[in-house]
Design a protein around this ligand. Sequence first.
Ligand SMILES: Nc1nc2c(ncn2[C@@H]2O[C@H](COP(=O)(O)OP(=O)(O)OP(=O)(O)O)[C@@H](O)[C@H]2O)c(=O)[nH]1
Ligand SMILES: [Mg+2]
Length: 352
Amino acid sequence: MSAAHIARALASLGSAIASSVVPCPGTFAELASLRHPHNVSQSTFTSSVQLARSSRNAHARAMCAANYKKEMIDNINWYPGHMKKTRELIQENLKAVDLVIEIVDSRIPVSSRNPIIDDIVSGKPRIIVLGKADLADEEETSKWADCLSKGEGVRRVMALNLQSGENIKKLLKALEAEQKKRDEVKSVKRPLRIMIVGVPNVGKSSLINRLTGKKSAQTGDKPGVTKGKQWLSLSNGMQLLDTPGILWPKFEDPQVGLDLAFCGSIKDDIIGVQDLGYELIKVLGSEYPDMLKERYKLDEISEDALENMDNIARKRGFILSGNRIDYERTARAVLDEFRGGKIGRITLEHVK
Ligand SMILES: Nc1nc2c(ncn2[C@@H]2O[C@H](COP(=O)(O)OP(=O)(O)OP(=O)(O)O)[C@@H](O)[C@H]2O)c(=O)[nH]1
Ligand SMILES: [Mg+2]
């Protein structure tokens, strides 16, 4: 990069800060490394962390961050070919099923409800499972259960921990009730056929394993484990269809994309671990400051998310040579600990 280029970039950043004008300059990577060379741990650090570092004016930073977030999400190819195939798979198989079980993530019950699925499966009776309930705030989950139960075609809503499998009998009972209903109205009797749908990594295959009582479907703590459709039988004869996770082509609200990524429905490297970790610290700092403070033994929570991130790194000793903060490791730790429920039971979306 030439000196003139740097000067131009700096001048443009200066004017953005002075007048809080958006759009922001696009050369944050160079600017941050120029302004804070000792703080930048990776040369490819084109993240919102860096954006925060490069602007010391809080208002300008907030404006930039909002824009940056939108760009970050807009630039992602959310809809790879296999998701289109899954959509077709769901559509093709829908005729054959009597009931749909839609799993949503209890921590993000709005963001994890796929509008495409909603569209395709409307008209079929539906049971909504609020999965990963052990990781979410119990009170919020019960509010969500009430709210979601008012949806069209929704027969039941239940919050479950699909990892431990507790309360799975409640779901089995609900399925038996559905079977009874079907038998009463149909002349040809046969066991129920049920399709399981939901965003990637929400717990579809785990639910199937809980219902079958054995490891019938492959599970994993990353999105995209199930690749194709798989029919499985319960001991009572009911047929379950496992499907791959599906997202939708465009997020109107960039926060939806971030929420899905926080909860592991979008691979970390698509947005970038550092960006994601920083954005999560920002949300936790404003919504769950006490939990963040407690988990990372912070003296106080700052309004500046980057300061919180730096303090977490220092407390954990995530420091590289030359006293540089290891943002990658800090972000990874916070994401992993959030996903594992170690920071606390957290719900990121609230019933209004
Ligand atoms: N804590 C907790 N973890 C869960 C729960 N349900 C699933 N998991 C974990 O979440 C991860 C994803 O579960 P899967 O069942 O593979 O999710 P999936 O929806 O089939 O994912 P894809 O096939 O990738 O779309 C696994 O590591 C599970 O152990 C739950 O209720 N609580
Ligand atoms: Mg799966």
